[in-house]
Design a protein. Structure first.
Length: 231
């Protein structure tokens, strides 16, 4: 079974990443497809370097992307900054983050995962095969976003890639484990959402009573385990 984690040995990128000017105070770096862990590691490294530039006020890491927010500049200053960013990203290093490993037990299917059965049928797999593939991989947290503690994970088996719902649900229960496109993740809180719901975990991903409220951070790894499977 191939997973995106196999790309950890990748050391070069066939096409250079491109900086796009989105506004007078924002530039975004996009890496070419496919999404890989190696490129995410380059984003982590670039974020450290870019944050040191005097014009930069904030750097936000996304899925193989990097958003840079800056103070207002003249056109010439903005052009010079874009050139500097292009030079920094021409041969980006990879930052290795030695994060912790977390096991996430999941109730799959039934009322916990209302999309599991239909998704399996669309993929030409049994429910058990989908769960087996989903629990077999070791995932890496690329970044936290959307909600406090929501992990965007790399490592999903290509056989489980599945599009989001065209019409998102108005309420997804807290702890729901889902798939959206090439990614899998966990909803820490109840909210609207369009991901395909496979199951639900009782593990808290965000807890203000703890010194570190978020269970997961970029660079951590995790595996899902099946408590039970319902049709």
């Amino acid at each position: 079974m191939a997973t995106q984690d196999a790309t950890v040995t990748e050391t070069t990128v066939s096409e250079p990443p491109q900086w796009q000017l989105c506004s007078e105070t924002n530039l975004v770096l996009f890496f070419p497809k496919p999404t890989t862990l190696a490129k995410q590691q380059q984003c982590w490294a670039l974020a450290d370097s870019v944050q040191q530039l005097p014009e930069v006020s904030e750097v936000v890491i996304g899925m193989n992307t990097l958003s840079v927010f800056i103070s207002p500049l003249t056109y010439k200053q903005l052009h010079n900054l874009q050139q500097t960013l292009t030079e920094l990203s021409a041969n980006p290093e990879q930052k290795q983050i030695q994060g912790k490993h977390v096991e996430i037990p999941v109730h799959y299917g039934g009322k916990y995962g209302p999309d599991l059965k239909s998704m399996a049928a669309e993929l030409g797999l049994s429910v058990e095969e989908v769960v087996e593939k989903h629990t077999a991989a070791t995932y890496t947290v690329y970044f936290i976003g959307f909600q406090p503690g929501f992990p965007y994970l790399g490592g999903l088996a290509e056989a489980l890639y599945f599009p989001r719902h065209t019409n998102p649900r108005t309420k997804v229960p807290a702890g729901s484990v889902g798939i959206g496109g090439e990614q899998t993740g966990i909803y820490p809180f109840a909210s609207p959402g369009g991901w395909q719901l496979l199951g639900q975990t009782e593990t808290k991903l965000f807890d203000l009573s703890k010194e570190t409220p978020t269970l997961l951070t970029a660079g951590d790894t995790l595996k899902f385990s099946a408590i039970d499977i319902y049709e």
